[in-house]
Design a protein around this ligand. Sequence first.
Ligand code: URA
Length: 269
Amino acid sequence: MDEERDSLASIARAVRDRIEWETALGSFGGVAAQLAAPAVDPQPRAAPERSAPAPGPKAEEAPASEPRPVVAARLAAPDRAAALRALDEQVGACKRCRLHEGRTRTVFGVGNPAGRLCFVGEGPGRDEDLRGEPFVGAAGQLLTKMIQAMGLAREDVYICNVVKCRPPENRTPLPDEMATCAGFLEGQLEIVAPEVIVAMGSTAARQLLQTTAAMGRLRGSFHEYRGVPVMPTYHPAYLLRNAEAKKPVWDDLKKVMARLGLPDPRAPR
Ligand code: URA
């Protein structure tokens, strides 16, 4: 299981590295072709030299021998979109775990391929499974309102889930299912390279932070995933059942806005 996960993450890294090369050389010609090419090195390797310095300061600080922070990837938006499409194709063909048996469609991700902010949820529900898009049901509509309350549109951010296929009866994904799908999420975050991640609910927090701590203890402060600040907070589906959790979630989102330098549209002027 770990090997499969490592290999998926390596593929994503290899694709990104290849695009960086091709972009630097001015001859980028489509990620799907790159993926199919046998020359793609399956081993993780150091980032190639870029012709232009990456804008993210952390990218230059990272020693090559350590896991590279997600912010190391600074592809042009069209290249990120192409890399995401290539990864989405892999997700669409995936039968690595039992969840594929019950799916109507895989649910990859949606939004800005170069979004500064990424929301990570648990896994598709019924509506998402039918549409092939994350967060389109009742919880998704609440998420959209939360994003708008931040002064953003859904299209400004990137939205995805820990698992890409609907678990039966909307149950929580099992640890082996999360581990099997982890390479896809890692790939998405490598490509989008958000500046801040919001982990919505315990499943996302567990996967990104590798912790079993309760959400009540995790939320309210930033944690870290590969050098990227992560704000864990309650899942929108939880908010639908527990209106009193809206205030703490808004407090968490205000910290995210401050971190991104976004004005609070609700603050008195
Ligand atoms: N809940 C999630 O965690 N993800 C979705 O896409 C929808 C509901």
